[in-house]
Design a protein around this ligand. Structure first.
Ligand code: ADP
Length: 264
């Protein structure tokens, strides 16, 4: 049973419990984000992260060339190496791949993006972000077949060989679809999609097809991206997607048991 697990990179996520839990399994792909690491490196380099909000209310990181450079350094050069090393300490032979490696994640550059500034809709200029068009599932399967655990994260690459930023939740969804994964887990710093985002006891237990609109409406900011990614995975044929906490003991087992918000 192939599963795809994405662990969040915002503050408040816990990595060790996820890796410890995964080390007991085989046949999985780990996808990572790393927004906190990107923010931290950006501050240190004098290129603090900037975000913008689309007319539909989705918050995205600004990915002009200077910021994309920070993303690449912090994720492919930083977070990914740390995860592979942490796996090594657990006796797992992992291999880190950005979407550029082996052209794993082929994307098309986004154009015509819009942002809302002071109530006005403006064009986003100089953006280097993309939409994933193809995942090389055969490459991932070959690595799994060699007994290697793929650790995958942004950026992606275009057919012209340009590096583009992609959303890590979307990477996880596309990888799960391409691998025909049984389950996709989106592990994050909250216990699931919350009815009241300030009250962790208000987890929405399940989102059936007809509940998608309500789920999208509940999710603000970056959670909206996660919910849209979950829906995209279900639409792409993944039978079950769970948004759940990365914290506590055995987060993978608990999410597989349905603790969190289950999309099906
Ligand atoms: P990660 O890096 O773990 O992927 P994100 O920061 O991208 O995490 O998304 C999780 C965040 O989304 C939460 O910490 C929370 O602040 C925010 N959020 C917005 N609306 C909701 C909601 N309805 N339920 C849960 N979290 C929400």
């Amino acid at each position: 049973m192939t599963i795809v697990v994405k662990v969040g990179g915002a503050a408040g996520n816990a990595l060790d419990p996820v890796l410890t839990d995964l080390a007991r399994r085989d046949d999985y792909v780990l996808v990572h984000g790393g927004s906190e690491a990107v923010d931290r490196l950006g501050e240190a380099l004098g290129r603090p992260s900037k975000y913008f909000t689309s007319p539909s209310g989705v918050v995205s990181r600004r990915s002009d060339p200077a910021h994309l450079e920070v993303v690449v350094l912090a994720l492919a050069g930083g977070v990914q190496t740390e995860i592979v090393a942490a796996f090594a300490r657990l006796g797992v032979r992992a291999i880190g791949l950005s979407g550029v490696d082996g052209r794993l994640l082929l994307a098309r550059r986004k154009d015509g993006m819009r942002e809302v500034v002071d109530g006005r809709v403006l064009r986003v200029t100089d953006d280097r972000s993309g939409t994933i068009e193809r995942v090389d599932a055969a490459l991932l399967r070959s690595l799994l077949g060699l007994g290697l655990t793929p650790v995958v994260g942004p950026p992606a690459v275009t057919a012209q060989g340009e590096v583009v930023n992609v959303d890590a939740d979307r990477v996880a969804a596309e990888v799960a679809v391409a691998l025909r994964a049984e389950t996709l887990l989106l592990l994050t710093n909250v216990p699931g999609l919350l009815r009241d985002r300030n009250d962790p006891s208000t987890v929405l237990r399940s989102v059936p097809k007809e509940g998608v609109e309500e789920a999208v409406a509940l999710a603000e900011g970056r959670m909206r991206k996660k919910v849209l990614a979950a829906c995209a995975a279900v639409d792409g044929g993944v039978p079950r997607v769970v948004i759940a906490s990365s914290r506590g003991v055995a987060p993978v087992e608990r999410a597989l048991a349905g603790e969190g918000t289950v999309f099906s």
